[in-house]
Design a protein. Structure first.
Lengths: 320, 404
């Protein structure tokens, strides 16, 4: 596959967004959906972990299993495996007594807790179903964090390994086909230039390749700090912090300049520590996988304003 | 300021405020929890280390997924499930002589499950059958929630062995921070469930009554008979361990609410993780679990909040050219290439901008901290360290910030 041209991220139909906790996975997922919608396309964004946070990224009221339009052309939903099962029984299997399904659903919920992969397959199934039968240009998934994503993406294989016959089996086959097609499905890994997120992203890339059939479509490096100085400028900065010069500077600004200089030093060291992690990331990820860099946002940390800013940066990084 | 929990006792000013020092001197189990990516593992390791160094205790830190360099520092590389003493050489390198002992172990879910089965299985044949069952292999290897249960189970086992004065547990990253709390109970429910028996019956007796018939029809149609019988075999085997399991998971539940156990919620001051941490702290209190401390990590330095700094930064931006011209001779004194006033002005502008940018973040953090809606016994703040923490010296630096 390496010699094949990578399908551009925005041309795919199903994009899973994952990342280590705290790296901005939901921010990137919501921004990606907003970016696609801003190009006049119809997008569904689905939150897998029912924390009910996604809606906040669009300043919208909490979302449910039934999708709701939260921005023009952009619909949001929250995954609910039981509702997904009900829908599946009704639409796919034409099970007649859906109305009286209470205890059966309960038993299935129980079974889903016991039999791994059942819950995951209901999630992946709903998403694949939306891609196949829904009128979406793209389905963006705010997927589980990188520690759990493999189980999610590998669910069809896991179920295939356990279930040899039956309707589930025929269903997993077409899902697997969809997930394995890099022209349709892709994984977006969100990372920050810090030790653990970088390590986890590199490990994730390996596991995705070895244990799933989904292609890693891109890595988003989030919260990249601006570079304050070039080499010459850094030498000037070092000179300014020497005691003699600093007292001259103190006189010029009419007060103690050290907090400001210290803050700049902190920013420089932070950036330097981070750039070594960034280098490690570049070394550890297949060079054909595009890297998208998003700047650290100082002014706001959440809400629609942030989503919009991230969407714009994402668009710029992809050349739109 | 945040409203205090009405159930909480009022604070007598004559009694000294509890600290991390006093908390760790009192408790036998510390559970570090909180959202992902906030420094939970480092905080757990630093707390354990401090207790070993200062209290002379024999301390175990049970971690889930430490950064590679930290694992190396703790001597955990390639060790897995067994407990391992952090060598004295690691302390020597950091210039400390601990009064106690620091031990470390990693949590290997699969290995822990296997040993749990071996422990509970009534005989060797049942044990082997369970270990070979495809469903079991899937559950122990992949089943997401099994991490949560096994972490607590392992904790119970180690505590019961009474080998340590203090055990600090780093909780696994969960979809929901509360999962591991519910895990013992959920497992007990699971095995004691009537549904479970109902599920197995037809495959055992081939007797299906009218009420349950639709369920089996659907399950066979969807999952196939073979899979359903795999499932029922698995549960039948598990039934043999039922009493042991339920008893054990109830004991794990009791241990978590024991007076000797405390919870330390770790977070940063960023809005999203902090909300999650807050929710978690509230839940602990609601369940009558002991919220010992909140540790706020990666907090930006205080000097960023100062108004004096703001004035300096603004003056630098307003008069960058004049200042640069005045400073140029001195800056260029050592190296003439540095004496270009335009370049100096650029540097001053960058420096000032950077301060003002980070100040916005620091002010937001200050506000978030003031608005914190929970009141733990100990609220500790750890400043932002400009390098990663990967050795005993680094852990000590962090530990000292939370200690008193």
């Amino acid at each position: 596959m390496p010699d094949e041209q990578m399908t551009p991220l925005l041309d795919r139909k199903l994009v899973f967004v994952t990342g280590k906790g705290g790296t901005g996975k939901t921010t990137v997922a919501s921004a990606l959906a907003l970016l696609v919608a801003s190009q006049g396309k119809k997008v569904l964004v689905c939150e897998i972990d029912a924390k009910g946070e996604l809606a906040g990224y669009y300043e919208a009221p909490p979302t449910g299993f039934k999708e709701k339009e939260v921005q023009p052309g952009l619909f949001a939903m929250t995954m609910d495996t039981e509702a997904s099962l009900r829908e599946y029984l009704k639409l796919q299997l034409r099970i007649p007594f859906v109305g009286r399904i209470g205890p059966v659903a309960k038993a299935f919920d129980f079974l889903a807790t016991a039999a791994p992969g059942v819950r995951e397959i209901l999630t992946v199934g709903k998403l694949c179903f939306e891609v196949r039968d829904g009128a979406w240009d793209m389905v963006v998934v705010d997927a589980p964090a990188s520690g759990h994503i493999i189980g999610q993406l590998a669910a069809p294989q896991a179920v295939n390994g356990l279930v040899k016959v039956g309707l589930i089996r025929t269903q997993t086959d077409w899902m697997l086909e969809m997930l394995s097609d890099p022209a349709i499905t892709g994984l977006l890994a969100v990372c920050t230039p810090e030790e653990m997120p970088v390590t986890e992203t590199i490990e994730l890339a390996v596991r995705v390749r070895e244990e799933t059939t989904v292609q890693l479509a891109a890595v988003v490096v989030n919260r990249v700090l601006p570079e304050l100085f070039g080499r010459q400028e850094e030498a000037v900065f070092e000179a300014l912090t020497e005691p003699g010069l600093q007292s001259e500077l103190d006189l010029l600004v009419g007060s103690d300049a050290s907090p400001v200089l210290e803050a700049a030093r902190l920013a420089v060291t932070m950036r330097r520590t981070r750039s070594t992690h960034l280098e490690r990331l570049r070394q550890g990820i297949d060079p054909t996988v595009p890297m998208l860099y998003l700047p650290y946002l100082f002014t706001r940390s959440h809400g629609l304003r942030t989503t919009r800013q991230v969407a714009e940066s994402l668009g710029e990084e992809m050349g739109y | 300021m945040a409203a205090r929990d009405p159930k909480r006792k009022s604070v007598d000013p004559a009694i000294p405020r509890p600290t991390m020092d006093s908390l760790l001197a009192t408790k036998e189990i510390v559970v570090a929890c909180g959202p992902g990516g906030v420094g939970k593992t480092t905080t757990a390791a630093a707390s354990a280390l401090m207790a070993a160094v200062h209290h002379g205790s024999k301390v175990l830190v049970l971690t889930v997924d430490p950064a590679k360099r930290l694992a190396n520092a703790l001597g955990l590389d390639g060790i897995g499930n067994t407990e391992h003493r952090v060598p004295n050489s690691a302390f020597k390198a950091a210039g400390v002589k601990p009064r106690g002992e620091l031990w470390a172990a990693m949590l290997d879910t699969k290995e822990s499950w296997d040993s749990l089965i071996s422990h509970h299985a009534p005989d060797e044949q049942t044990r082997d059958e369970i270990l070979a069952n495809p469903l079991y292999q899937n559950i122990s290897g992949r089943f997401i929630q099994s991490h949560d249960y096994i972490a607590m189970e392992r904790l119970y086992e180690i505590h019961s062995a009474a080998e340590y004065d203090l055990i600090v547990v780093d909780t696994p990253p969960t979809r929901n921070a509360l999962d591991f709390l519910d895990a013992p109970e959920r497992l007990a429910d699971f095995f004691s469930s009537r549904l479970l028996r109902w599920l197995i019956v037809p495959y055992r007796s081939k007797l299906v009554n009218v009420a349950t018939k639709p369920f089996y029809q659907i399950s066979d149609r969807i999952l196939g008979t073979e899979f359903m019988s795999d499932i029922s075999e698995f549960f039948m085997l598990f039934q043999t361990m039922y009493d042991g399991f339920v008893e054990r998971s109830q004991a794990v539940g009791r241990l978590l609410s024991d007076r000797r156990t405390t919870f330390v919620v770790v977070s940063t001051l960023e809005a999203t993780p902090l909300r999650e941490a807050e929710f978690f702290a509230e839940q602990l209190t609601a369940r009558n679990l002991h919220l010992g401390a909140i540790v706020l990590n990666k907090v930006l330095p205080d000097y960023l909040q100062g108004r004096a700094g703001t004035k300096v930064a603004e003056a630098m931006k307003d008069r960058a050219e004049d200042m640069a011209a005045a400073l140029a001779p001195a800056v260029g004194a050592g190296d003439p290439t540095l004496g270009d006033p335009a370049q100096i002005a650029r540097v001053l502008n960058e420096v000032a901008d950077s301060y003002l940018n980070f100040q916005v973040v620091a002010l937001r953090e200050m506000e978030e901290r003031a608005a914190l809606a929970v009141a733990p016994d100990v609220l500790a703040t750890v400043p932002f360290f400009d390098t990663d923490i990967y050795d005993i010296a680094g852990l000590l630096r962090l530990g000292e910030k939370i200690w008193d």
